[in-house]
Design a protein around this ligand. Structure first.
Ligand SMILES: C[S@@+](CC[C@H](N)C(=O)[O-])C[C@H]1O[C@@H](n2cnc3c(N)ncnc32)[C@H](O)[C@@H]1O
Length: 322
């Protein structure tokens, strides 16, 4: 396993410690609105009392994990998302090698502000990769008027999560020259010379991963291994996750042979990473993100097929809670 470094602190300050032009790629799941991961809101979430984190109803006898409620952001807070990414983008810019990619998890409602912010910081907007999975977003009925408007839903039923891809401009004349000098500027192909697709069938984060790393926004190893592998075109380099949560990206990067750096400001989550990173990295030893098949995750395609059938039936499944 390659070397990795876990840093406790605010990434806006701690990023300064990294050497200039030393990072090959960033893959991260940022805190949108910068509201839900403040100390006060996290305390409310942990005590189960109020706050921006809601506890949705029970589902199949299990209490669901709290979900952040992006729709409560005001117009001012939405504009602040753009400004946040301009400042953050400027902060990481100098630490990245020319041609390095940055991949950011997003939300359809806030995606445009993030892209504006990152472009203002100097990045090229390259693509959006859709992670297909059956979540709980959208499809809501008009509150207290379900009977009056029986054929109405307020928002489309959400079945994807956008991951926004950016690139620091090349310094060399061609991609080939940039690859030779810096090892960056392009994406690594998947198995059988297939380019990384911009739609990836995914699954909810498996229970066995949640038992290792109990972060409310834990992302699946399947997806993160595909991403961290693709972000390193010559198969080597350092991946940075400045909002690492419980360390899922760091673990994924290690399994695809990369070095990794993770920064997390919350000490409760940070403690989790120290144990979670090696344990997550040990899972699915044969899956290194080179194909889309989830089968490598658990030795069976059952979970993957279940997710696909949920997606196919998604139109008929919705909640009526908002
Ligand atoms: C959406 S979560 C990431 C979860 C991660 N994807 C996982 O699988 O565990 C964002 C994380 O960023 C952390 N965070 C928020 N602001 C930060 C900052 N300025 N510096 C470092 N970490 C920060 C939060 O505490 C939270 O754990």
């Amino acid at each position: 396993m390659r070397e990795y470094r876990l840093i406790l602190g605010d990434c806006f300050g701690r990023i300064d410690e990294l050497a200039n032009q030393s990072v090959d790629a960033v893959c991260t799941d940022p805190p949108y609105g910068v509201v839900e991961f403040t100390d006060g809101e996290l305390q409310k979430m942990r005590s189960g009392r109020g706050g921006i984190w809601r506890l949705p109803p029970a589902w199949d006898g299990c209490k669901r994990n709290p979900l952040p409620r992006f729709t409560v952001l005001t117009g001012e807070q939405r504009a602040a998302v753009g400004e946040f990414f301009t400042q953050w983008g400027k902060k990481i810019f100098g630490k990245l090698k020319p041609g390095a990619h940055v991949l950011l998890a997003g939300n359809p409602l806030l995606q445009m502000y993030v892209q504006q912010g990152m472009v203002s910081a100097g990045f090229e907007n390259r693509a959006t990769i859709l992670r297909l999975y059956h979540g709980f977003r959208g499809g809501d009925r008009p509150k207290n008027a379900e009977a009056e408007f029986p054929e109405v839903c307020v928002m489309p039923r959400g079945n994807y999560e956008p991951w926004m891809l950016f690139r620091k401009p090349l310094t060399e004349k061609t991609v080939a020259q940039n690859l030779r000098k810096w090892g960056t500027g392009a994406l690594r192909m998947m198995k059988d010379n297939k380019p990384l697709p911009d739609v990836i069938p995914s699954c909810k984060t498996p229970q066995k991963e949640k038992l290792i790393a109990g972060h409310p926004s834990l992302k699946p190893q399947h997806l993160l291994r595909i991403f961290t592998r693709a972000l390193l075109p010559v198969g080597d380099g350092t991946v940075l996750d400045p909002f690492m949560g419980s360390g899922s990206t760091v673990a994924a990067a290690l399994t695809v042979g990369a070095a990794a750096i993770g920064i997390e400001q919350d000490s409760y989550f940070f403690k989790m990473t120290e144990k979670a990173v090696p344990e997550l990295a040990k899972l699915y030893p044969h899956f290194k993100g080179e194909s889309l098949q989830c089968a490598g995750l658990n030795g069976s395609a059952a979970e993957y097929n279940e997710q696909l059938s949920l997606l196919e039936n998604a139109g008929s499944v919705f909640n009526s809670t908002a």
